[in-house]
Design a protein around this ligand. Structure first.
Ligand code: GLN
Length: 261
């Protein structure tokens, strides 16, 4: 009887170890088997992601994602969705990874794993050129003002948590917030550096202050514990590192030449 129990235990243990091993490599194997990797993004964040001339998502993140798909030998499928839905979609199995000019934060680290950082950004303040309602890029100058942000972003969190008495108006995209600012419905918009500069470059009525509110880093995100895919992403990011400045400039120019819809 003891022997039988021992054998059963051994079989169960082996199975457990095997399952543990396979769940490590499993995500990449599954992607290869499906012949497709699914990127979750919000294509309203130039130059990282925006809708190109053909109305398909384009941008820095999309090009990196294509290289990740090439590395795996599979097709890239881009799912364009609301920014605040990205983490629930990833954890709900709607996609394999998130690339969305996505800032590394301690809070997000509780629900996803981040890749190596591939860009440094800041939060900036956009105002109207004529009669700006906010005098400079500072917490004090923003106090009590009506500020537009993109829902669920670090800009949203910053204004909500740090700025006293601000009326925070949330938008699906900073591009929309920029339009409302240009139309006089907001005092300022707080958004990441390159989107801020892209929005201003394609809208004559707006300008952005040089000073910044915070500094942050972008990384891609995978489901917690998905080390197999994370390794592939980090390898590709490492290979693309030297070309990142040129790639970013290329998409900045491409978007700024295309006025916001
Ligand atoms: N970097 C910001 C964040 O992660 C905004 C990203 C975005 O709007 N795509 O919250």
């Amino acid at each position: 009887m003891k022997k039988v129990l021992g054998l059963v235990l051994a079989v169960v243990l082996c199975a457990a170890v095997f399952a543990g091993c396979s769940s490590q490599t499993n995500s990449v194997e599954k992607i290869k088997k499906a012949g497709e990797i699914v990127l979750l993004t919000n294509a309203q964040f130039p130059p990282y992601e925006y809708l190109g001339d053909d109305n398909n998502p384009a941008g820095v993140d999309i090009e990196i994602a294509q290289k990740i798909a090439d590395e795996l030998g599979v097709k890239l499928t881009v799912v364009d969705m609301d920014f605040d839905g990205l983490i629930p979609a990833l954890n709900g199995g709607k996609g394999d990874f998130v690339a969305a000019g996505f800032t590394i934060t301690e809070e997000r680290k509780k629900s996803v794993d981040f890749s190596d950082p591939y860009a440094t950004s800041t939060q900036m303040v956009i105002v109207t050129k004529e009669g700006p309602k906010v005098a400079e890029a500072s917490v004090d100058a923003l106090a009590g003002k009506t500020v537009g942000v993109q829902l669920g972003t670090t800009g949203d969190l910053f204004v909500t948590d740090e700025v006293e008495g601000a009326t925070v108006k949330t938008y699906k995209s900073a591009i929309e917030a920029g339009m409302d600012l240009a139309n006089g419905r907001l005092d300022a918009v707080v958004v990441d550096q390159l989107p801020a500069q892209s929005i201003v470059a394609s809208n004559d009525k707006l300008m952005v202050y040089d000073e910044v509110l915070t500094t942050e880093q972008y990384a891609m995100a995978v489901k917690k514990g998905d080390t197999a895919l994370l390794e592939v992403i980090n390898k590709v990011l490492g290979e693309m590192k030297d070309g990142m400045t040129d790639l970013t400039q290329k998409h900045f120019d491409a978007y700024s030449g295309t006025p916001a819809a």
